[in-house]
Design a protein around this ligand. Structure first.
Ligand code: SF4
Length: 311
């Protein structure tokens, strides 16, 4: 049976303040109330009958009514209206036993943001001094309690961390046995629309290839986000081609006051741009290109030259 995947942003309040935050320009929006969250979930269930739910924000675990949200979702799971729940979190609050306990009985999959294995770099990126300690404490607890296959690490690339990308995956694999990771190129929105934060693809390609190579040679399962084919060496490009072909694009959701209901297939079609020379590229038909805002930030950083250098 296929369930509609629904992505729910519950609000934009967060206990981190990441330098690459894509929702920083929405921080003045009011978080959804508990009642509004219940209504949105119920409306999606009415529309699709049965759903899979992605919980994100902001930072959902930081809310005072987190326990009530978990209880509501648990009831819906018990009735069969929600099949699978995944959470996107910085993980800090999961280092607290009570919050972790409330989460464990509801959430099936965890995507936890860890931007470096170096505490100083991670804390610099999150702008919060204790964030590395708390996130890794949560990882230690989680991996001792649930199957590591239910945990993935998300690392958002920035100028501050791209040189240590491979080390993050090596760290989570060796320290916690985590085998899933998400290599994410940042969306230059809000505070992240800044050349001091967003590297060029040309700058990161060697480190991205090294990181992907490490993952594939060590039985890890890497997801890719906003990394076009020309970034990859030929062998690794085959992995990228297969990965993007299989990716589920059928996602809808609620994106906050400004964005309202979102169909992510349309967002993907409209959110990306290409350079003129992409027309010469043999991947032009199957490639989304780069974030539109990336092209605005780096209008002269042609992508095709990268591919021809890699051929
Ligand atoms: S179409 Fe453009 S962005 Fe996509 S792989 Fe080719 S050169 Fe790169």
């Amino acid at each position: 049976m296929s369930y509609q995947l629904v992505d729910l942003k519950v609000g934009f309040t967060c206990n981190n303040n990441c330098i690459h935050c894509v929702v920083s320009d929405k921080r003045n929006e009011k978080d959804l109330s508990l009642e509004a969250i219940k209504k949105i979930i119920e409306d999606y269930i009415d529309q699709y009958n049965q759903i899979n739910l992605t919980l994100t924000g902001g930072e959902i675990t930081y809310r005072e009514d987190y326990r009530q949200i978990m209880q509501f979702i648990k009831e819906k799971k018990n009735r069969g209206s929600i099949d699978f729940v995944d959470i996107q979190t910085n993980g800090r609050m999961l280092s607290h036993d009570k919050i972790l306990e409330e989460t464990l009985s509801v959430v099936d999959f965890y995507l936890i943001a860890l931007h470096s294995n170096n505490s100083e770099i991670h804390d610099y990126i999150t702008s919060c001094q204790s964030s590395f300690l708390e996130t890794t404490a949560a990882l230690a607890k989680l991996t001792s309690m649930i199957n590591v296959k239910s945990i993935a690490i998300q690392t958002v690339i920035s100028k501050k961390n791209y040189k240590g990308l491979k080390d993050v995956y090596k760290f989570v694999r060796e320290q916690y046995g985590i085998l899933e990771c998400n290599i994410t190129f940042p969306h230059p929105l809000g505070v992240a629309y800044d050349m001091e934060i967003i590297p060029t693809y040309h700058e990161i390609k060697e480190d991205v290839n090294d990181a992907l190579k490490y993952c594939l040679e060590n039985d890890m399962n890497p997801y890719l986000e906003a990394l076009p084919y020309c970034v990859f060496e030929e062998k690794l490009r085959i992995y990228a081609l297969e990965y993007y072909k299989k990716r589920n694009q059928n996602v809808v959701g609620y994106g906050g006051e400004k964005d309202g209901h979102i169909d992510y297939k349309i967002v993907n079609e409209e959110g990306y741009a290409k350079y003129d020379t992409c027309k010469k590229c043999s991947y032009d038909n199957c490639c989304l290109g780069v974030w539109k805002e990336y092209k605005q930030l780096y209008p002269l950083k042609d992508m095709y030259s990268m591919l021809s250098n890699n051929l």
